[in-house]
Ligand binder design. Sequence first.
Ligand code: DP6
Length: 329
Amino acid sequence: MLTTVVARANSNVALAKYWGKRDEGLNLPHTGSLSVVMAGLTTIAGVSVRRGGDADRIVMNGEPASAREGGRISAFLDLVRERAGRRDLLEVDVRTNFPVAAGIASSASTFAALTLAAAALLGLTLSEAELSALARRGSGSAARSVPGGYVEWLRGHACDGSDSVAVQVAPASHWPLGIVVAVTDEGPKRVGSREGMASTVRESPFFAAWLATHDADLAAIRRGVLARDIASVGAAAERNCLKMHAVSMAGPEGLIYWNPATLAVIDRVHGLRGEGLQAYFTIDAGPQVKVICPRPERDAVADALERVAGVRRVLLSEPGSGATVVERA
Ligand code: DP6
C-alpha cells in the first residue's frame, strides 16, 4: 500500500473565461471555457497517509494552511476519500512557485496536483476525464490543468456533472505561443473568484448578455487555436476578458480587479501592436495581466512590459504539459 504520492501541475490562463456557476455544489459552469496550460507556473503537492492526529494536516508553502484554505482542501479530500471508500487522515504539503491567490490561478494548479496525488494515494484508478471532473470539484479552473496544452472545459449537461470535464483541444507542441505575466501586485486579491462570480451571476444586469455572447467567443478562440491564428485568438480573448470584467463591475459589489498598473499594461499592449508586435492581453480575477504573443516575440514583449510603471516583475511561460504523478512511495 502506498504511503506517499507527489504530483505536479501547471497553472492555466483562460482565453475564453469561466465566470459563473450553474451549480455551486458541483462546481458546474454556465459556459464552456478554453485555456492554455502555463509551463513553469507550477504546484507540487505531496499527500501522505497521516499516522495519529484527529484531522488532516495541511501545509502550504511551508506554513500551516489558514482555517479557510485548510477547510477547503479537507472538504475536497473528503470527496476523494468517499470515492475511494477510505477514511485515512492525510498530510498534505503544497508548494507553488508563483504568487498565490493573486489571480494567476494558483487554485487551478493546486487542486489539479492534489487530485492526482490524493487519488493515486487512495488507490483510485481514474481516466483523465474522471480526474478532470474530480479536480473541478476543488476549483473549476483546476479541471483545465489536468490535460496539457490547449484545453477546453466542456460545459456539460448532465445533472451529476459527469460530462463537465476538460479535454485537450491541441497539445502544447501544436502552437508554441509566448506567454508573459505582468505581475502588478503580489498580494492576495480582495474578492476571490468564487465570491466574485457568485454575486455577478445573482445580480449583474449584464450577466444575461455575457451568457448570450460567450459561445461565439469560445468558438472563435477554438477555431483560432486550431488554425494558429494569433490575431483572431487575441482579439476574441481580449473581448471576452473585457466582458467578464464589465459584467463584474456592473454587479452589486462594483468589482474592480484592476489597479492603475493593470490599465497601464493594457495601454502598453495596444502600443506594442502599433509597433508591429502581435501581443494580446487577458486578465483574470486579479490585477495581473497575461499577454500572449508569437513565441519569437516573447522577449521583446517581456522587456516592454517590465518597464511599465507599477509592474513588479514579469513571469515567462509557454504552453505546458498536464498534471502528472512524479513520485510514489
Ligand atoms: C477569472 O476556478 O478560481 O480565472 O471554481 O470557484 O474555484 P472556483 O473558481 P476559479 O475561477 C477562475 C475564474 C477566472 C477565469 C477562468 O480561469 O476561466
